[in-house]
Design a protein around this ligand. Structure first.
Ligand code: PAF
Length: 295
């Protein structure tokens, strides 16, 4: 496995691979790798001759300073984990640049506009977030010139934004969305989970369990009723199941949207070719968790 910290070094490795006609997979990450990331990297190894795994905590996509400061940085452990994957030694280039290396001219000024897909859910609640994601992802596209790029479906809206970015910049990159990886108890794996107290971690799977029940309800209930039930179930969980230290779920939103356009639907029949998806953001123990369910 190659480890590179300089943009020029990555460009050189990519040039050599391109000259040999090799395919390149890109797995952008912010490090703190878990099984979810590893599943993306494994898939990329299976489908490409060379795989660039970027490990970069991108400051410009954090709209909350505390979240940026608290974001786990575990480079040594991350590299060890990648090294355990079959084929990683031969194929993976781990790119872990500094902020100065990624943004040598200071904070980037580019402004993207993605229209309706960024005007719902995470978009208005995290001003500047998707622009920051688009800026770094484009930079990673430019440096690694991938054949395919792999993104996890937990950040469902991010995938729609990257799809819109690719349409705008017209790079011939295949976007590969990958399914959520869950812990045995159903909690969607996330680097933020490690910030949960043991008590909070113990009840966190209620989010997924509630969404799974919502998927069953969708067979016979209206969209609005399912939405209300999900929000109520989580918001009142602590009343029915008393928790220590005032621990409780505080849902920020639960939206039922068209899976392609991400626009809210009022009736199941409004969902287009990809169906409907429910997207949730919930605060628990000072940690913001997100998850999705496909209807
Ligand atoms: O999904 C993430 O971890 C980040 O948003 C990404 C795509 C690596 C960009 O920093």
């Amino acid at each position: 496995m190659k480890q590179i910290t300089q943009a020029a070094g990555l460009q050189q490795a990519v040039r050599e691979a391109r000259e040999k006609g090799l395919t390149i997979g890109l797995v952008p990450t912010m490090g703190a790798l878990h099984e979810g990331h590893l599943s993306l990297i494994e898939r990329a190894i299976g489908e490409n001759d060379m795989v660039v795994v970027s490990l970069f905590v991108n400051p410009i996509q954090f709209n909350n300073k505390e979240d940026l400061e608290k974001y786990p940085r575990t480079l040594e452990a991350d590299l060890r984990l990648i090294g355990t994957l079959e084929g990683a030694e031969a194929k993976v280039v781990a790119f872990a640049p500094t902020v100065e290396e990624m943004y040598p001219d200071g904070e980037p000024k580019e402004q993207y506009s993605f229209g309706p897909v960024e005007e719902v859910m995470e978009g208005p609640r995290r001003p500047g977030h998707f622009n920051g994601v688009a800026v770094v992802v484009r930079r990673l596209f430019d440096l690694s010139q991938p054949t395919r790029a792999y993104f996890g479906e937990k950040d469902y809206q991010q995938i729609a934004v990257i799809r819109a970015l690719l349409e705008q910049i017209k790079y011939p990159i295949e976007l590969v969305p990958c399914p959520i990886v869950r812990a045995d108890d159903g909690l969607a794996l996330s680097s933020r989970n490690m910030r949960l107290s043991p008590e909070a971690r113990a009840i966190a799977p209620v989010i997924n369990a509630t969404l799974e029940q919502a998927a069953e309800m969708a067979e016979y209930e209206e969209v609005d009723d399912v939405k209300e039930w999900v929000l109520d179930t989580l918001a009142t969980f602590h009343e029915i199941n008393p928790q220590p230290n005032g621990l409780r779920f505080e849902p920020e939103y639960f939206e039922v949207v068209d899976a392609r356009t991400l626009q809210p639907i009022a009736d199941w029949s409004e969902a287009g070719d990809l169906g409907a998806v429910g997207c949730i953001a919930v605060w628990l123990d000072g940690v913001r968790l997100i998850d999705i369910v496909k209807f």
